[in-house]
Design a protein around this ligand. Structure first.
Ligand code: AMP
Length: 399
């Protein structure tokens, strides 16, 4: 479906074509017609599906059409990376619309606080915020919420997992009762349903098929000993022309530096990113990664959701993610918007059970890749998953 068929204002259509989007994604096709009417909405959609545009476009359309002035829209999202990414997307869309937005998140310096304060005082149209920092502002007299007409909760399940429920309730208590609320969540556990009942009014419900990695991502898994992991990755990334942009995910901050040291190369830049770094440093690294100055980024799950880096062609799971959904988020960093990608997981024997959980969620067996001979044997596979079948994309350097 085209965006014209979704009846968006011509100015918005122009902005969309400027962003290079040609067709609406399934979540956009379903959510935009509902959100544009002002009805509440609860949508189950994962990151990578185009959900950000699914909630921002109808809201921008309504601000424009109804000539709404002042702070009318509040988007609450779990992490600063997501807040920045949503803000960037809104700025991209609204460049010619005269609609301003600001990302409000913690971790910045006094200067940033002042900037946020000024934007709130001046009545910036759209606020994109993490819950804690937003509350700190809302507790001050300058932040006015009486004109909020649209509230969007993004990644609601993650916000609850991160313990933001109380903050969210406090924020909602400060908003007008008469408003449109859109709630997006990657999963729909009972606690999300319960929250939805209390804050949404007769919502339309949209659900996309449950978390499944894009079909364009080739998924492989190596069963190995821990001391084989670094040499294995170094071997797999040795051809610089093959993969230009690579992320290695690990579950703990502690391991990031150790992995960076093991993967460091004279030929290309390798960096690590975790929530231990200053916000400004994280932004700088993400910029350098986005512009291909960094070839290989080692990261914790802090960037597995939402962070919008196009053209990542290879994602490693240095260890099994904490839960199967996280696996889908991590490997969703590659194969964005239909591009081809490769996701390789390195698991040890203890992680085999987690692999089974992942395969249950994605309803698919992940290709068991053979260890390159020079590394010696890995542990024995104990299951009867398909092996030896040639992967459609690459044979992962058996030699
Ligand atoms: P999201 O699920 O919002 O994180 O979006 C995933 C990626 O898809 C982002 O890079 C968006 O810029 C991109 N995107 C969103 N909608 C479309 C579309 N209709 N056509 C092409 N790319 C899109």
């Amino acid at each position: 479906m085209t965006f014209e068929e979704l009846n968006l204002a011509p100015e918005i259509i122009e902005a969309i074509s400027y962003m290079g989007f040609e067709k609406a994604s399934p979540i956009q096709e379903k959510a935009i017609p509902v959100a544009i009417t002002g009805q509440d909405l609860i949508a189950v959609a994962q990151t990578g599906t185009g959900k950000t545009a699914a909630f921002t476009l109808p809201i921008l359309h309504n601000i424009l059409k109804n000539k709404i002035k002042g702070t009318s829209t509040l988007i609450i999202t779990p992490t600063r990376e997501l807040a920045m990414q949503i803000d960037r997307q809104i700025q991209g869309f609204s460049y010619f619309l005269g609609i301003n937005s600001i990302a409000v998140y913690g971790g910045g310096d006094a200067n940033e606080w002042e900037q946020q304060k000024k934007a709130l005082r001046d009545g910036v149209e759209v606020i994109v915020a993490t819950p804690g920092k937003l509350l700190s502002h809302l507790n001050m007299a300058y932040a006015k919420t009486d004109k909020i007409e649209h509230l969007i909760l993004d990644e609601a399940d993650r916000m609850l997992d991160m313990g933001f429920l109380d903050d969210i309730k406090k924020i909602i208590n400060k908003l007008p009762k008469k408003r449109q609320t859109l709630m997006f969540s990657a999963t729909m556990p009972p606690k999300i349903e319960a929250l939805a009942k209390t804050i949404l009014n007769d919502p339309a419900q949209i659900s996309l098929a449950i978390s499944k990695p894009s079909e364009t991502v080739f998924q492989g898994v190596y069963l190995c000993y821990d001391n084989q992991k670094i040499p294995l990755i170094n071997h797999l990334v040795s051809d610089e022309n093959e993969y230009k942009s690579i992320i290695v995910f690990t579950s703990t901050k502690k391991k990031v530096n150790e992995i960076v040291r093991g993967l460091r190369s004279k030929k290309y830049r390798v960096e690590g990113i975790s929530s231990d770094l200053e916000q400004s440093k994280r932004e700088e690294l993400m910029r350098d990664f986005r512009s291909n100055k960094i070839r290989l980024l080692v990261a914790t799950d802090v960037i597995s959701r939402g962070v919008d880096v196009p053209n990542i062609d290879l994602v490693f799971n240095f260890d099994a993610p904490g839960n199967p959904e996280e696996y889908v988020h991590r490997i969703g960093r590659t194969g964005r918007a239909g591009a081809e990608g490769v996701a390789l997981s390195l698991i040890n024997e203890q992680d085999m059970e987690k692999l089974a959980d992942v395969e249950k969620l994605i309803e698919k067996k992940v290709y068991r890749a053979p260890m390159p001979e020079f590394l010696g044997e890995g542990p024995e596979w104990k299951d009867r998953a398909p092996r030896g079948k040639k992967p459609y994309k690459k044979n992962f350097k058996k030699r």
